[in-house]
Design a protein. Sequence first.
Length: 238
Amino acid sequence: MKRTDRSNRFSGRRNGVSMASKAPPVAGFTLIELLVAIALLAVVALLSWRGFDQIVRGRQIVVAAMADERAIARAFDQVGYDARAAASDDDAQGSAITLQRDGFTIVRYLLRPEQPQRLQVIVYAVRDGNLVRRASAPIGTVGALRQALSGEGNQGDWGEVVLLPQVQGLQAAVWLEAQGWTRSQQEVAAEVTRAQRALRDPATSAAPLDRAAEGLQLTLTTKGGGVRRYERDYLVAQ
């Protein structure tokens, strides 16, 4: 009995020492939890990248659209500048603005410091998808003006610049006092003829030739970033 008690006490102490020396369990992530966390981080990174990419693309679209709008505004402003400088029908030997199938022509005054007043023929047309402005050399004689209007003059003296790319169509109309807007050059010529006949009346023979085209309407159709249509009206020589 005594040996048994000693054995039990010894065994208890040994067990107690053994139990006290055990290290506590270490807390951590399992492999599945790590894989789930990595997958979530990858999804967040992908969404962030796509959002950033959309922001960059949107900015590029806005910048391109603003550049197109500025180019269109500059083209319209140039037409307005030429229309305001349009010559009288007397000096232009007819209507200062003539209409063509794919454009129009303006005979304008060319004013330069310390130089006599000259005329200049400006042609607007669409060529190869571009809005082109062609300008003749300064004109000082009626013969040179007729050659420039007929295309028989020295074409090497003409300057040409592309005002606007990606143009699908150009339409021009002029305002005639008798009937309003027209796209027919025949009607413009008829109005000039009527005004010239009116000058045969002795009571009005000293008066200047009435201006046939009092207004200009320009319609542009562009194809950059989708088909768009722009329209602007101008007063002629005002």
